[in-house]
Structure formats: structure tokens, C-alpha cells
Design a protein around this ligand. Sequence first.
Ligand SMILES: NC(=O)c1ccc[n+]([C@@H]2O[C@H](COP(=O)([O-])OP(=O)(O)OC[C@H]3O[C@@H](n4cnc5c(N)ncnc54)[C@H](OP(=O)(O)O)[C@@H]3O)[C@@H](O)[C@H]2O)c1
Length: 274
Amino acid sequence: MQSARMTEKTWEHLCTIRSNGAVFHHSTSHLDRPCLSLYEPIARPNGSFVMAQVGQSLDGRIATPTGDAQDVSGCDGIAHLHRCRALVDAVIVGVGTIVADNPSLSVRAVNGQSPVRVVVDCNGRIPSDAKMLHDGGTPVLVIQADDISRSPISCDVIRLPRRGEGLHPQDILDALSNRSLTSVLVEGGARTIARFLDADLVDRLHVSVAPIIIGSGPMGISLAPVDRLADARRPNVTVYDIGTDIVFDCDFNTAAEVLEASQEGQHILMPNPA
Ligand SMILES: NC(=O)c1ccc[n+]([C@@H]2O[C@H](COP(=O)([O-])OP(=O)(O)OC[C@H]3O[C@@H](n4cnc5c(N)ncnc54)[C@H](OP(=O)(O)O)[C@@H]3O)[C@@H](O)[C@H]2O)c1
């Protein structure tokens, strides 16, 4: 596990990369190495980049059964989430999160630019008085199915065709890319993240674990069941101690290579505990 402690200079460096695409420093030796390896892939995406982030308890919960999700992450977990927001073009949430939390999705815990806010709202459930529609912050895009009547909301609405059980995440990414929004953070909730993971569209997943046990309540990630552990996803994971929380940085692109190699018998996926 690497200890990542953000310094002012390291964050400045990452924000410069994010705005310029490159940075011409004589040396980066004075910067925090673990922070660079955790955040540089987000700040310097190569074309389209999709990350997801879940802030959860030790027992994998993201809220209480009544929906209280305010303080699951510790203060460093919250700063981490806000850094991720500041490094992407757009942050995506499902309408369930708007209804439950009424978030603003802005960058407040660190210095940085707030991303465009995107709500996936297939059936037009977003409340017209949702905070983000009236707070004068960065633009809000609501994505709805093209077969429902137009919602009376004061923001841009993108209308996409239904495919299967809803909107296909690739169609969502294409619509955002047409607006030059190519690096995105899928922030939740579980159902929205699951759609992107199931479509194999997530490059990085950050699971930020706080030392709290909630006991019951919604889980952060909820995918279709698998019968055998051999069918479970095995991303390449690097673990960071960020202070109050631990971040598991899951790289799904590298995992594909490991899986390929294992098919040739070069890797053992699951050691036998016996
Ligand atoms: N701790 C954290 O990191 C964190 C972060 C965010 C949210 N949360 C918590 O998560 C909970 C909400 O999560 P959730 O899973 O219930 O809801 P959600 O993922 O926020 O929203 C799910 C809804 O969004 C719409 N949707 C999303 N993707 C879609 C797609 N590809 N196609 C069609 N519709 C799509 C659907 O709306 P329709 O049902 O109208 O079709 C779906 O039911 C809240 O308790 C919130 O506090 C926690």
C-alpha cells in the first residue's frame, strides 16, 4: 500500500496537466509520487476516459437504509472525490442520486474547476426544483429517453433512443463526446455505475473505503451475479492510504491483459487456500 499525501505543488502540477495536457517541469522529484500515480491517469487521459468512484464503508455500504449518505467517507475521502471531479470534463450521476441526495456535484473541498454535471434520467423523474438546476453553477445536462414527453426543466436535455432496459452507456458517452466532454467521472449510484461496468466501459474504478461499519443499506456496486469466482472481475489494483480512507484504484485495461495471459496458462487466478 502506498501512502498518498497531496501537497500544494503536486496538486498545482496535476491541475496544469489537466488544463494544458502537458507540463514542462525540470523535475518532478519534489512532488508526491503516489499522488501522481493515483491522479495522473485522470488528469492526462488519452482520448476517451471513464472513471467511476464509490465511497463506501468497510461492509460495502454507501448509505443507511433510510438513504443517509452524508458522512460515509472521511474528510480525505471527500477531498479525493472532489479532486477526481476537478480533473474530468463531466460528472455523471443517475436520477436516483438526485432524488436521494439533491447534490450540487461541484468542487468545493479542493481548489479546482467544477465539471459539467450530467444526470441520467431515462424516464423524466428529476425534480424541477433540484438544487443543481438553480444554483448558477456549471452547466447541467439531463439525458432522457426520446420516447417520453419533454420535462419542464431549466437545462439542456439530450434525448437518446432506448436500447434494451434503458439508455446504453456508450450512447451517453458518444453524446457527451459530441460536446467535447471526453473524460468523465461516473459518481453513482450503484445502478448507474453497474450499467457502465456491465458495458465494459470503465477504465478506472476507485473504491474509497472508510473505517465505518453501517451494517445494512445499499451496496456501492451491484452487478449481475456470477456462479464461479473464476468469472469474477479481477482488475489490476493499486492500494493507496490517503489518510482517513483507503483507495483501491482498479485498472480494468491492464486486467484484460492479465486475463489473456491466464488463458495461456501463465497466471494462476485464484490460489488454492488448502
Ligand atoms: N457513497 C457514494 O459514493 C455514493 C455516490 C452516489 C450516490 N450514492 C447513493 O446511491 C443511492 C442512489 O443509487 P441508486 O443506484 O439507487 O440510483 P442511481 O444510480 O443514482 O440512479 C439510478 C436511476 O438512474 C436512471 N439510470 C441510470 N443509468 C441508466 C441507464 N443506463 N439507462 C436508463 N436509466 C438509467 C434510472 O432511472 P429510472 O429508474 O427512472 O429509469 C435508474 O433507476 C443514494 O442513496 C445515494 O445516496 C452514494
